[in-house]
Design a protein around this ligand. Structure first.
Ligand code: NDP
Ligand code: 8X3
Length: 247
């Protein structure tokens, strides 16, 4: 059976992807910084799961961890670039520049770097790259400035890769969810669980499992089909208009 590598497997969408892919018979390498969570997944999922602990921004640690993989776990057929985060909702003139840099380093630079590392293998194996972007790539909202910018990069990078990889058999998809109730909003709000609960209250938001089912579907389509971009929202989330300031 094929092997997937899921970044950000310790929580939310990534943890759901681990369960979904293994449920469908795949082997999965799951990455993240929280070793205890990956170990718990290993106990839950058994031998089909291989924990791989590193910070995606640390290329040396990442390479050491990935280069130590062997057997089926070293033969990646599908890279799910999921690790990522948003930090803060402040007005841009009040935002913490370090938060902006962390989002760019994680959501953009680290995603590009691990993709470049695994691309030769993915080309050789006619594999797939599934990037988790966001509706924030397309629809701007207050406080989403740099986060939305990083996700727009992920979307456009995915489309650019599609172009470059045409003829190799490698598939590339940009998955663009709206509100998914995970640890995402707790982290965005500096650990404030109440703020996160309020954000999702009454919305009936999507779950990590909803997104993972879609990711698996995209990964298991017949090899002549490519989903380029796929946007998902809860029914209760939609679009707002332009904001206009009048004199
Ligand atoms: P969670 O906060 O629940 O999960 C985020 C995952 O990313 C964790 O496993 C975390 O692992 C990992 N991660 C973050 N930073 C790093 C790092 N420096 N090194 C390694 N791993 C890291 O959020 P979600 O599941 O919701 O988010 C997953 C992806 O989905 C993100 O890219 C997010 O932008 C995107 N997304 C989320 C939406 C939502 O509404 N929830 C909507 C649209 C897109 P650890 O902390 O253990 O390192
Ligand atoms: C985040 C999506 O809708 O919570 O990527 O801003 S949303």
């Amino acid at each position: 059976m094929p092997t997937a590598l899921v970044t950000g497997a310790t929580s939310g969408i990534g943890a759901s992807c681990v369960r979904e892919f293994i449920g469908a018979g795949w082997k999965v390498v799951g990455t993240g910084r929280r070793a205890d969570r990956l170990e718990a997944l290993r106990e839950e999922m058994g031998d089909a799961f291989m924990p791989c602990v590193f910070d995606v921004r640390d290329e040396a640690a990442r390479d050491a961890a990935l280069d130590a993989l062997d057997g089926d776990f070293a033969q990646i057929d599908c890279l799910v670039n999921n690790a990522g985060l948003a930090l803060g909702m402040a007005a841009p003139w009040e935002a913490d520049l370090n938060d902006w840099k962390t989002m760019i380093d994680t959501n953009v630079t680290a995603l590009v770097s691990i993709t470049r590392k695994l691309l030769p293998m993915l080309v050789e194996r006619k594999g797939a790259i599934i990037n988790i972007s966001s509706v924030a790539a397309t629809y701007p909202y207050k406080g989403g400035n740099v986060y939305g910018g990083t996700k727009a990069f992920v979307r456009q990078f995915s489309l650019g890769l599609r172009s470059d990889l045409n003829g190799t058999g490698v598939r590339v998809a940009s998955i663009e969810p709206g509100m998914v109730e995970t640890e995402f909003t707790v982290i965005r709000n500096g650990g404030n669980q109440e703020a996160a609960d309020a954000f999702y209250e009454g919305v009936n938001p999507m779950t990590g499992d909803d997104i993972a089912e879609t990711v698996l579907w995209v990964a298991t389509l017949p090899p002549h089909l490519n989903i380029n971009t796929l946007e998902l929202m809860p029914v209760r989330q939609a679009f707002a208009g332009f904001s206009v300031e009048r004199e």
